[in-house]
Design a protein around this ligand. Structure first.
Ligand SMILES: O=C(CO)COP(=O)(O)O
Length: 251
């Protein structure tokens, strides 16, 4: 079965962005409405402090808002954490879970990431579930088995009935300016697709598989054209409206 997936381009602002960044969002919205309508779903995941403002501003321009992480629990004594329901309350429609910067710095296991994805689905959000191998794992030849195993542990059964997004982000490509070869990206995305289809049948054909890691205006066109690459998760290049707009228009 061939399923057409509308590409999705998500910007992960990480710990960058003050209220002043909303000007960049205004510029992005203007660029998006100036030319032909974008052929992609566009999502910005800002820091939580400006999430509500991004969601409000995005409501008029079609830019959707997402969180960068959520807690598995709905509420409780978890100082500094944010529940998925709170992100939804602030206007988010998406939330990134299992980003490698959190897996590494906060000891997040696949079980925790899966619990976060379940919490997100429970709150009506679409989780963007991140997976990716380290450089040592790629050099050692285990990249595919590592990613397939991370995905098996991180994606909840509920993905069979609800919308989830998978983001393949090789850890060594994040913020480094390096990317895998197009063949390596194709091979990994094909392996992820096979696993999604084996587990979720036709629904697995419709799940977005995003590529992330040094996606830039210069390489977006060729990477986004690779089969089973259904969009991108963009870090550094999402901070400047001009660069992000170029990536969106590369779809
Ligand atoms: O981690 C990323 C997005 O989540 C990718 O970051 P860069 O695009 O800065 O490499």
């Amino acid at each position: 079965m061939t399923t057409t997936i509308t590409p999705l381009i998500a910007g992960n602002w990480k710990m960058n962005g003050l209220r002043a960044s909303l000007d960049e969002l205004t510029a992005l919205a203007e660029m998006m409405t100036a030319g032909e309508a974008p052929r992609a779903i566009v999502v910005i995941c800002p820091p939580a402090t400006i999430l509500a403002a991004v969601a409000r501003q995005g409501a008029t321009s079609g830019i959707l808002a997402g969180g960068q992480d959520c807690h598995p629990a709905a509420s409780g004594a978890h100082t500094g954490d944010i529940a998925a329901g709170m992100l939804a309350d602030a206007g988010a429609q998406y939330v990134i879970v299992g980003h490698s910067e959190r897996r590494a710095a906060h000891g997040e296991t696949d079980d925790i990431v899966r619990a976060k994805a379940e919490a997100a689905i429970g709150a009506g959000l679409k989780p963007i579930i991140c997976v990716g191998e380290t450089e040592a794992e790629r050099d050692g030849g285990s990249a595919e088995s590592v990613v397939v195993s991370q995905l098996a542990g991180s994606i909840p059964d509920a993905a069979g009935q609800h919308d989830v997004i998978v983001a393949y982000e090789p850890v060594w490509a994040i913020g480094t300016g390096r990317t895998p070869s197009n063949d390596d990206i194709a091979q990994m995305h094909d392996a992820i697709r096979r696993q999604l289809v084996t587990r979720f049948g036709d629904k697995g054909q419709a799940i977005h598989i995003l590529y992330g890691g040094s996606l830039k205006p210069q390489n977006a066109r060729e990477i986004l054209a690779i089969s089973n690459v259904n969009g991108g998760l963009v870090g550094g290049a999402s901070l400047l409206a001009k660069d992000f707009a170029t990536i969106i228009s590369a779809v």
